[in-house]
Design a protein around this ligand. Structure first.
Ligand code: NZQ
Ligand code: ZN
Length: 386
């Protein structure tokens, strides 16, 4: 097992009717910036619950954070927070709203141009405005991690930034919010969380036995519950299991002491930036093709995944690994998610060129768990996804 340091300060409050806890969690004297998205919170009752819980607090609202949040929009929130001297941020929404709020939290006191938070590869270690969240969409794990992804609309760049100061102080996760989600967003959540586990698990065999078993447990639970939640979004127990899987998939626990990949995400972010495809769907397009192109590197772990997660039988590693990829694609299809780029856009012909050029410019020329994913491999993976 590799050495590791595990730090996760987010207080997670999970369960039915827990939004009332905001009253005690948000400091009484705080001047709160309430950040939300396109308005789903007004239609599913979440906004009323938040306002009721915070009826004695001072709140300024900022809505309109779009999916794949834009730097340009978030800078307007930064201006509001600076002008009104707000000192606490409450994000009420899915991964986009929470990621956007993390950016605002870091940008308010940032003395340099805030675009450098995204371009400068700076670790955010301090000088942030404290953040709490009410999660409305189980998917990203952003409610319990220290990462954020923001799009610069002007240049179609989708950039990741992170740092320990970005952990939310608390996150309220009430699985009841799943009831109002459109099927496509539940499908996205399942595939996103599934791929988060794969990025931390599907590398090469290590002696991290517990991490493997936890990862396999999350994958199996997603396989069991994912299609059912789409059919029965109002089933609280199913929703609770999905929500906990999504948080556990990316709160840092399963990556401790193991190699990680993340190339599916790096390429996927480019496809969202270029074509506006939902985050999770880009992962369904890229993941299986990455496993195929990097087959030699990943086949032992693919075979383990095939045996333990899918119950495949047999001794031949190559056959098991290939079947495991097919099982993964079948599962994404069962979830209602297309796995070819042509299913989302007809304008993909130049995507491999653009992505390879961007990766080279950023110095991403040897990535993945063994640094074997070179620009040639990136091209092969993207072209295989057409
Ligand atoms: O904007 P509103 O009106 O709230 O509607 C949203 C949005 O249209 C809607 N929605 C959310 N909760 C709802 C609801 N509709 C009905 N009922 C509810 N309870 O769902 C739509 C999508 O929301 P969004 O927040 O964009 O989805 P998601 O949670 O999948 O977040 C995706 C973003 O997170 C980033 C992605 O790149 C993408 O930008 N990620 C963040 C990560 C992180 N911080 O760790 C890791 C991930 O890999 C990912 O990259
Ligand atoms: Zn993701």
């Amino acid at each position: 097992m590799l050495n590791f340091e595990y730090f996760n300060p987010t207080k997670l409050i999970f369960g039915k009717g827990q939004i009332v806890r905001l009253a005690e969690l948000v400091p009484a004297k705080a001047r709160v910036l309430l950040i939300y998205g396109g308005g789903s919170i007004f239609r599913n009752g979440v906004y009323e619950q938040v306002k009721e819980a915070l009826k004695h607090h001072e709140i300024i609202e900022f809505g309109g954070v779009e999916p794949n949040p834009h730097f340009e929009t978030l800078m307007k929130a930064v201006m509001v927070a600076r002008e009104q001297q707000l000192d606490f941020i409450l994000a009420v929404g899915g991964g986009s709203v929470i990621d956007g709020a993390k950016f605002v939290s870091a940008a308010i006191k940032f003395e340099d141009d805030p675009v450098n938070l995204l371009r400068g590869q700076i670790q955010i270690t301090d000088n942030v405005v404290p953040l709490g969240t009410v999660l409305t969409l189980p998917a990203t794990g952003s409610e319990m991690n220290a990462g954020s992804v923001v799009t610069i609309a002007a240049t179609q760049e989708k950039l990741f930034f992170a740092g320990p100061a970005l952990f939310p102080q608390f996150s309220i996760c009430d699985p009841g919010v799943v009831a109002s989600l459109p099927p496509a967003q539940i499908q996205n959540g399942v595939v996103d969380a599934f791929t988060h586990v794969m990025e931390q698990y599907l590398t090469y065999p290590t002696s991290a036995f517990l991490q493997d078993r936890i990862s396999e447990g999350i994958l199996q639970t997603l396989i069991e519950t994912g299609p059912e939640v789409v059919k029965h979004p109002g089933d609280y127990e199913l929703a609770a299991n999905l929500m906990w899987c999504c948080t556990m998939a990316l709160n840092g626990l399963i990556q401790n002491g193991v190699p990680t990949d993340w190339v599916t995400h790096l390429i996927g972010h480019e496809l969202t930036a270029l074509y506006g495809i939902d985050h999770a769907r880009t992962l369904a397009v890229i993941g299986p093709n990455l496993y195929r192109v990097m087959f030699t590197d990943k086949k032992e772990k693919l075979a383990q995944y095939g045996r333990r997660v899918w119950g495949l039988k047999g001794d031949d590693i190559n056959t098991l690994a290939q079947l495991a990829i097919i099982k993964t694609i079948d599962f994404f299809h069962e979830m209602g998610v297309d796995t070819q780029l042509s299913g989302y856009t007809s304008d993909y012909a130049k995507s491999a060129d653009i992505i390879v050029e961007r990766f080279e410019q950023r110095g991403w020329i040897a990535i993945g768990e063994r640094q074997h994913v070179t620009p040639d491999k990136v091209r092969e993976i993207v072209e295989a996804s057409y």
